[in-house]
Design a protein around this ligand. Structure first.
Ligand SMILES: Cc1cc2nc3c(=O)[nH]c(=O)nc-3n(C[C@H](O)[C@H](O)[C@H](O)COP(=O)(O)OP(=O)(O)OC[C@H]3O[C@@H](n4cnc5c(N)ncnc54)[C@H](O)[C@@H]3O)c2cc1C
Length: 462
């Protein structure tokens, strides 16, 4: 692609946990000794306890060993924020971002890496050119679409089951300097989804946004939640709450969009924004815009994180549920979940709902999507802030999943969690046999990411 450059990142780590388990007998598999990492494994309680919880703050699971890599060739970790910093020094940036940058490259590539940039380019895993992977057999393999493709595609969205990613080569492009960032408000789900689908159907070269996401806002979140936010002023929130209270369901929706530009193209960005807005049917007068630097836009959740940390609302349990809903069932989902299961709920947090094009995902990857050509990423990103919230929110999540299953929506969990192999088998569907085959090939002892409970320890693999 013209103007596109490539940079290979060696991902280096200070600490990597969870992925390596000792065998049932308490002995390290011989492959790990061969790899020379055994001397850097810590098994004492001080180390394993420190690596036993995460952002969710709901489950604790002490790993059996914690690995401390010591050299660049060791197993590694890099955060996306570091990638942004390093690439901007060359005037370049990756093409697809997650909403939050303080998560690791390898961790997101093991899931998918989704966000509002995926509309034409697909998830982060669709933008990877090459990986270095240490398999469960202890082999260090450089793989790509052409070289050891089965390991390459297995590792992308592979939930850490087939190998540990230590290097990723990803596509970059010239970084813009400025972002025109807007939120458009809707009180009607049909118009909201129709406009979102129109926006993601635009091709490169057409007047289109560089980023498209959507959020659902329940009235009570507006009236009872924190007032001003990094995007909306107090006065904006009052107007939005007024709009929500006029709608029978109390639910309103935002499409969040962005156009990238440089100072020299400031006039044309205004024209471009106007031309696209003319095609949309948001509530008249309910368009809110901001002009920010590229880094401010990409790191926007960091600002929210700081605000939440300052009031003690960041380090709380997060019973989050993410899944993909086929386009053909999104209106049923809206009626049954947002206006059904959640009727009367008072969530603290964010509900995301935005469409993606299935053709931008490569079906050879382990990552699973739902079936329609267009499907919605729905993120119920709620925080437990009061006594009893964790139990209540988890029950609501279960009710949502049960409702979707009973109605036969064909939803697929993103960042999936199942407690039985049956659940995983249903999750992977037609990919299940391939997943089993690749696990036996690349991690025959079942030592990688056993906490996912996809495979029973050892016996089903060998
Ligand atoms: C605040 C927040 C915001 C988020 N926003 C987004 C978002 O916008 N879009 C999105 O797509 N996701 C998002 N996520 C989810 C994120 O992609 C996953 O949680 C991801 O696993 C984070 O990587 P990690 O290394 O921090 O996780 P870890 O907890 O360290 O790892 C999670 C799993 O990833 C696998 N893994 C990690 N490192 C490796 C490796 N080196 N090799 C192989 N497998 C590995 C393992 O299976 C491991 O169990 C968000 C998460 C948080 C906490």
């Amino acid at each position: 692609m013209a103007g596109r450059c490539l940079i290979a990142f060696l991902i280096m780590a200070s600490c990597l946990s969870v992925f390596v388990s000792v065998s049932v007998s308490g002995q390290l598999p011989g492959d790990l000794f061969a790899l020379g990492v055994a001397s850097r494994l810590r098994v004492d309680g001080n180390w394993t306890a420190r690596a036993s919880s995460d952002f969710g703050r709901i489950v604790t699971a002490a790993p059996e060993a914690v690995l401390h890599p010591a050299t660049p060739a060791d197993i590694a970790e890099l955060l996306w924020a570091d990638v942004l910093r390093a690439t901007l020094e060359h005037g370049l940036a990756p093409r697809v971002w997650t909403d939050y940058l303080r998560i690791t490259v390898a961790g997101t590539l093991s899931n998918a890496g989704i966000g509002g940039h995926a509309l034409r380019r697909g998830p982060q895993i669709a933008n990877v050119l090459e990986l270095d992977v240490i398999t469960g057999r202890g082999d260090m393999v450089t793989c790509s679409r052409d070289k050891d493709p089965d390991l390459f595609f297995a590792a992308l969205g592979g939930l850490g089951q087939f190998g540990i990613i230590t290097r990723a080569r990803i596509g970059l492009e010239p970084a813009p300097r400025r972002v025109r960032w807007a939120r458009l408000v809707y009180s009607d789900v049909v118009t909201f989804t129709r406009d979102q689908e129109l926006l993601i159907s635009k091709q490169d070269g057409e007047a289109s946004f560089d980023y498209v996401e959507g959020q659902v806002q329940l009235n009570r979140t507006l009236t009872d939640g924190p007032k001003s936010t990094p995007f909306f002023s107090d006065a904006d929130i009052t107007r939005l709450a007024g709009l929500a209270s006029e709608s029978t369901s109390g639910v309103i929706y935002f499409i969040e969009v962005a156009i990238y530009y440089n100072e020299s193209t400031i006039t044309s960005v205004d024209q471009k924004l106007e031309a696209i807005l003319e095609q949309l049917s948001f509530e008249k007068g309910f368009v809110f815009t901001k002009d920010v630097s590229y880094v401010q836009f990409l790191d926007r959740v960091r600002e929210e994180e700081r605000a939440l940390r300052s009031i003690g609302m960041w380090e709380v349990p997060h019973p989050w549920l993410n899944f993909f809903v086929p386009r053909s069932r999104i209106l049923d989902f809206d009626a049954g979940v947002l206006k059904g299961v959640f009727a009367g709920a008072n969530p603290v947090g964010v509900i995301l709902m935005y469409p993606m094009n299935k053709h931008t995902w490569d079906d050879r990857m382990t990552a699973v999507t739902s079936d329609d050509d267009v499907f919605y990423a729905v993120g119920l990103l709620r925080s437990a802030v009061a006594a009893g919230d964790v139990v209540r929110l988890e029950k609501e999540n279960e009710a949502v999943l049960a409702f979707c299953n009973n109605e036969g929506f064909g939803c697929k969990q993103y960042l999936p969690h199942y407690t039985s192999q049956d659940g995983w088998q249903r999750h992977f569907g037609a990919k299940w046999n391939k997943v089993v085959e690749l696990k036996a090939k690349y991690d025959p002892h079942g030592i990688l990411s056993p906490g996912q409970k996809i495979f029973s320890p050892m016996k089903t693999i060998i």
